[in-house]
Ligand binder design. Structure first.
Ligand SMILES: Cc1cc2nc3c(=O)[nH]c(=O)nc-3n(C[C@H](O)[C@H](O)[C@H](O)COP(=O)(O)OP(=O)(O)OC[C@H]3O[C@@H](n4cnc5c(N)ncnc54)[C@H](O)[C@@H]3O)c2cc1C
Ligand code: HEM
Length: 411
């Protein structure tokens, strides 16, 4: 364990590092990828370009350092990150590389202010933090491999069915090429897909939530194509999947992971709220609830621009028709003329508190949501405003996890 002096140095320097956080992590990634270009096969380049991953890693290291004398307090966060690391294939041997590079970046940015004593203290603290991650992830690797139908690393899966679900979302049904069993999963979990795109120097890994219920001989993912928008380039993996990957093609995927999962012990009503492609984990939860828990009341709320981009609508409507305990509501912010003529939605505009209160059967329920970050901020602040306890609010980011707190609500 660390001695009191080291702990005191760490705690007193965290605020200094936080001030220089962006500069340090920017330098960290420059050095990391210069000295270890092989890591460019693992990191998400789009997240790098937009600075999302930088913030996530810096915040996690400082949060860990602040709890350096009681790392047990941050185990849930370590587990959440550990799921992502395990799904990407991050190994114990990667940790010293990150540690050494981080220390070099701190020294580089802070100059003489980073004394030998401070650097030594951070080296020790990083070692303790890294050990916590390595321990948690070792258990996850073990569990992923030893479970029935499990495997380690990436396994080849064949696309057995490709289904267009809307103008922008397409589903891929994936069955193992070796014909073996597949690991079960908890509704809400995701897999990582690793792609070798012709002409690209590096492999690209992306996460996709499983959009069907567990217990099938395949996994289903439903992918939104991220087309070029103003100055933003087209998404590498999603567009390749849509345009180039066909039935019989093979994708490399890692075993299901993630801690955004439906609590199936809870017997209270549940409200599932999604925006856009954020509906994938919600549909998996909904299908599981319909199949396993007919007593549990479910309110399924989906926000989309309009009916043209609304995926999996038929599937959800079928479940709602078959199960009286399930109600489904659609909120379109830009309904088409056809949507208007068909009265295809329940609310025009954005999700607001008055509407939520009018459709959620019982306030004392658990709430799960997923969607674009501004949508999630809005839903989070609406639930808080309504007085829903934080323990009943669960959400997933389709990118590096961040905070929804203290942010201006969109809409
Ligand atoms: C847990 C989890 C679950 C997910 N589940 C799903 C799911 O079920 N369905 C789904 O469709 N997606 C899901 N995602 C998102 C998915 O992993 C990908 O992020 C998404 O498909 C985009 O990947 P891409 O390779 O197509 O785009 P990328 O190439 O990664 O680009 C992403 C975005 O960044 C922008 N960008 C790239 N480079 C730059 C640049 N230089 N400057 C500015 N902008 C840039 C692109 O324009 C694009 O909009 C999930 C993500 C996570 C973390
Ligand atoms: C103690 C050390 C580490 C900490 C605190 C840390 C923290 C984080 C955090 C907070 C995220 C974002 C999680 C999310 O998506 O929600 C993340 C993702 C990631 N981490 Fe780590 N990490 C550490 C070590 C490592 C190591 C050793 C590697 C391998 C070189 C690594 C590679 C990655 C990658 C590739 C991602 C996904 C990022 C992306 O989207 O590109 N991390 N890590």
């Amino acid at each position: 364990m660390l001695n009191d002096k080291t702990i005191q140095i760490i705690k007193s320097t965290v605020p200094v590092l936080e001030v220089h956080g962006t500069a340090i992590t920017k330098r960290f990634y420059e050095m990391l990828f210069t000295n270890h270009p092989e890591l460019l096969h693992i990191f998400n380049h789009a997240n790098q370009k937009q600075g999302r991953q930088q913030t996530a890693l810096a915040n996690a290291v400082y949060a860990a350092a602040q709890h350096i004398d009681n790392l047990g307090a941050i185990i849930p966060v370590v587990k959440q990150i550990g799921h992502k690391h395990r799904s990407l294939g991050i190994k114990a041997e990667h940790y010293p590389i990150v540690g050494q590079t981080l220390l070099a970046a701190i020294k580089d940015v802070l100059g003489d202010a980073a004394t030998d004593e401070i650097i030594q203290a951070w080296a020790e603290a990083y070692g303790v933090i890294a050990d916590a991650f390595i321990g948690v992830e070792a258990e996850m690797y073990d569990q992923a491999e030893k479970q029935e139908g499990g495997w380690s690393g990436f396994r080849p899966f064949q696309v057995v069915k490709k289904v267009r679900e809307s103008d922008v979302i397409t589903s891929f049904y994936l069955a193992p090429q070796d014909g073996g069993r597949i690991a079960s999963f908890l509704p809400g979990q995701y897999i990582s897909v690793k792609l070798d795109i012709p002409g690209e120097t590096y492999t690209h890994i992306r996460q996709y939530s499983l959009s069907d219920a567990p217990g099938k001989p395949y996994y289903r993912i439903s992918v939104k194509r991220e087309d070029t928008l103003k100055d933003r380039p087209a998404g590498k993996v999603s567009v390749y999947l849509h345009e180039k990957v066909e039935e019989h093609d093979v994708l490399m995927i890692s075993a299901p992971a993630g801690d955004f999962t439906l609590d199936q012990q809870d017997t209270r009503p549940v409200t599932l709220i999604s925006g856009g492609v954020g509906l994938t984990p919600m549909v998996s939860m909904l299908k599981t609830l319909a199949a396993t828990n007919p007593q549990r009341q479910v309110t399924f709320i989906h926000a989309a621009q309009n009916g043209d981009v609304h995926a999996l609508r038929g599937e959800v409507e079928e479940l709602a028709a078959e199960h009286p305990q399930i109600s489904a509501y659609w909120c379109y912010d830009r309904p088409t003329e056809q949507d208007k003529a068909d009265q295809a939605y329940h609310k025009e505009g954005y999700v607001d508190l008055q509407w939520l209160q009018s459709i959620v059967a019982v306030k004392d329920s658990s709430y799960y949501f997923c969607g674009p970050v501004p949508f999630m901020r809005t839903v989070n602040s609406l639930l808080k405003e309504w007085g829903v306890p934080a323990a009943d609010i669960h959400y997933e980011f389709f990118g590096p996890a961040g905070s929804l707190e203290n942010e201006p609500a969109a809409v």
